[in-house]
Structure formats: C-alpha cells, structure tokens
Design a protein around this ligand. Sequence first.
Ligand code: FEO
Ligand code: CA
Ligand code: CA
Length: 611
Amino acid sequence: MSQLSDDEITNPEPENTFEQVVSRRFGRRAMLGGTLATATAFLASGPAGALTSTGFQGKGKSGGRPRNPKAALIDFDAIPLNFGDRPAISPDYNYSIVIPWGTPLDSSGPAFSWPVTSAAAQEAQVGIGHDGMWFFPDGGSNDAGWLCINHEFGRTSHVLGKPLPESLEDVRIMQAAHGNSVVKIGHNGDGTWDVIDDAANRRITVNTPVQFSGPAAGSPLLENAAGNGPAGTLNNCANGYTPWGTYLTCEENFNGYFGSTGGWTASEEQARYGFSDEGFGYAWHEFDPRFDLAAGDYANEGNRFGWIVEYDPEAPDQPATKRTALGRVKHEGCALTIGRGGRAVAYMGDDQRFDYIYKFVSEKNHVSMLARGQSPLDHGVLYVARFDDDGTGQWLELSMDVPALAARFESQAELLIYTRIAADIVGATPMDRPEWTTVAPDGTVYCTLTNNSRRTEGNAANPLAPNPNGHIIRWTDADNHVGTTFEWDIFIFADDTVGTGYDFGSADGLWADPYGRLFIQTDGAQPEGANDQMVVADPETGDIRRIFAGVERCEITGIAVTPDQRTMFINVQHPGNGDPELTRFPDYDASLPPRDCTVVLTRKDGGVIGS
Ligand code: FEO
Ligand code: CA
Ligand code: CA
C-alpha cells in the first residue's frame, strides 16, 4: 500500500541518537563517504563478491557480465519502461490471468457483479488488493496446488462504487473484500490456470475466528470488556512460508481501519501505532463498534492486529494463529530461513518511515520443536537491528532480560504488544520504510527500503535525505543467521538506476530464488512516470533486466512459483487505482472496473522463470 499511509510518522525520535552521534562526528558528507568506504570493505570479504557499493554495472542485456554465457542466470530480452493501460512482458515470456477480484471460490459460487452489493457474495469470492502469496503444490505437482493470497486493501469507491459505506452491510462488504483467500488452482495445459473446486478453498476475513499463541496469548491487553473472541486478519501485505508447509500472512496498516466516533484521545501506545480519529477514511467505525476507538467495550481491539499470522492451507478446520513471539508492528513480510542448529529464523520489516527491521530466532531446532508439539514460532528471541557506521551491526534483544525493557514493561506479553516502543528504547536504527526481506542462497539477507521523502538527516544505512526513490540494503549474520552481529552494505540505490535501461524506483516486493536471482517489484513513482514493474537481478554479475511491467497506477507485488520454477505467479494490485477511466485491466470490458489479479508468467521455451 503506498497511497493511503505515506504521510505517517509515529516514531517519536525518528532521527535518533545514533544518527545524531554519527552526524555530529562526521557530518552528512562524511557519512556518505563513510558508507562507500564501508561498502568497499564489506565487498572485499562479503559473500556477494564483485559489485560496486551501488550494486550494479550492467545496462540491460548488453551491459550484463555473466561469468560465462552458458552459466548466465539471466538470458531474456528486457523490455523498456512501460506506459498506459496495458501491461508489457519480455518477448521471451507469456502471461495469463488467474483469480481476479470477485472470482468464485467454487464453480457453484456467485459470479462477480459490480458494484458489490452483497457481503455474502464477496465472502464467497476472491478478495481485492492481491499482495503477498505462496503456492503450495498438491503432492509436489507443478500443475495443481493451493494458492494462499493476501488481500491487502481496496478503495471503498472501487468496491462499493461510492466513496463511503452507508450501512453495516456496506462495511461487511468491505471487510469481506479484505483478508486472505485459499484457492486451489490447476494448469489447463496451455499456460492458463483456473480454480479447482476443493474443500480447502476458503476466505479468511476480519470476521473469521482466529487464535493467539506465544508469550502474549491470554494477556488482558488482548481482551475486551465486550467479550468478543479474536477474529480476523487485516491489511495483509507481504508474506512468508515455512518448511513445515504453512503460510504466514503479515498485518501491516491495520491502524487505518480504526477511527473514533468522538471523545477518544490516543494513549502513548496507540499514538506509536498511528491510530487516529479518521484512520485512512474507511469509516468502518461508524457502523461496526469493533473499529470505534471511542467504544470502551472494544478498547483493546487494536492490539489484536499487527501480528504474523500462520495457517495451514490444507487444514481449513484449524484456525489461523497469531504468533505473538514475532512481535507487533506494521508487518510487511516475514522471510523465514533455517539457521545454525536447525533454528527457524525470520526476518521482518516494519513499513513506516523511520521504523525498524526485526529478526526472530527459534529456541531450538525447528524439527525437534515440531516433534514435541511446539511451534518454532512460539518460543525464541526477538531482535531489532542497529546498523553501525563501520559496516557492522547488532541485533538488539527485545526481552525482559534487558534492564531498560524490564523497567518499562510488566511482562514479555506487554513488551511484544508494544514492540515498537521496546525497539525505540534499545536504540534501533530508523530506516526508510522497510518492506520485503528475502534470504539468498548464499545466506545474504536483502531488504527493500522503499522511500522516505521526510528524511532530513541521513544515517549510514539510510544516507539519502530525502530519499524519494529508495534503496536496497543487505547483510550477513554471524553464526549462520543465529548470531547477534552482522555485516551490511547497500546493494543498490534506485537513483543510480536512472538511465541504465533497468531504471526503477520504490522497490517493495523482493524474492531471491534458489539460484540466486533477485526478483525486485516496485510500488511508487517510477522513472519518467512509467508504470510499476518487476526486474530480475543477478547480484554476482550486476546484470539486471526488466521482465514485466504493469498498467497505469498499479503496483506489482507478490511472488510465488511452482516447484520446478517454470511457472511464476505475481500480482497486479489496484490497477488504475480502481479508476475505470484509467484502465479496465485485465478484462477490458466496459461493464467491469479494473480488477486486482494474479498474473501467471511462463517462458516461451519452458525454461526457469528469470532465465
Ligand atoms: Fe503493504 Fe508496505 O506495503
Ligand atoms: Ca509499498
Ligand atoms: Ca508492499
């Protein structure tokens, strides 16, 4: 989501002590120089090898420098920047469309009609705002499996055809358009895919019963006087997936759905999470007291969002579970890897200007924990990142073992419910809107820092002030992801791509494939006002090429692949910002608005996607 939440800053010390210290010691120019020196030093010993501090020297296909032609990771013809109401794709690839907003979950379900007038119909259909997702193959199949997909948000005018809800039923329609879909899809044999009727096909909306687990489960701060049970997930942005076959959906701008009918004043904790009288203008609070900050009986409802939520796509009877050990922030995504000793390690960005990057490390080997009936995501240590000026960094523990945190919080439960405040106290580094994280096969972790037009003072890890086009940072943790120190450098500044042939801005979606290719997706202003896009990068050679570009005012987000990596699913979110005057992608039917949808990419020669 880029348009609705960009103006917020809730960190009370956005350019904090560390930045001030660095700035005083070195001045901004020296800081920038220091970053370059740092990067050079890191690259001399770092895992990714032969890049400059700004990342890349290649200029599209001809400028790439593969190690040898046969081994080139990327070998497709790139496309130029794209404009207008039609998408564009490399001539070496084909695409098709699957599960646009409103697709029935079952062949007997209600067909899409617009504007949407029935919550029951919307709840039996795929939602809007396609974002993070993952493909869970049926028995290892490359032709059938369950797609778990996030429906981050939809504009009220796009869904209802009017600017505001006028009844509780209108609110229920909007709520049904948000959440997650689990939908089995199958390959028709010709590059197109369709929904397959399946007992596991379902919606998880903000009204679906869920459960809490981990240290904050059972906390009075997660209970309401109204006695309503925990329900739902909201503003599901990016995602993760686990080696034990579950999906992780991440709650980002949940604050935007709450508002006040009057007489409410934000607590310190509510202010830090950005709650406000009007929220993002959804006006749910006017008809549904759960979202009314002034409704005392629902005083803690807001604490129930901002979590990483886990569910098993093939187990529709098990409630989705909010894993509180991973903290409560505006979770963008959750890149999970297996570190030393088989520990599950999750990297997570908190997407707001001047907020932080987090890591969770499970207590023990994930296999032995699962064998004992424990979730690896319920027991472990949560950390927040401090990026130091010398190219090293520290993972700062967020637990009651830290005296400054024990002085502020009564329990680990309270600390986790107010994770952002704990991270403020330990001195984490305020970043330029951390979006997706991904772990490359060599262990390097990458994170998109999408942009920050409000930064006035750089720090080593976020040196541009302002930073309207963003950058991508990367690091390598000590001790195979389990250690508390790391070495970092800046992989690429978007500003340095201008005029290269792979120009992009506001990187957001990010995924490293098992071969080491990086897929970079954008959400925001692009060079020359072009449409949002996806590029593929080889970090070793610096080769970057544009493979797909969307339509006007959309965002490209979400990445999933079949096991053979010969089919990739990506999403076009909010095409035309929902305005039929700008585009009617993907149907181009005068009776239909533009529809968020999943795009299926295949290589014409049947090769691996990105090659
Ligand atoms: Fe939902 Fe930060 O993008
Ligand atoms: Ca974004
Ligand atoms: Ca995003």
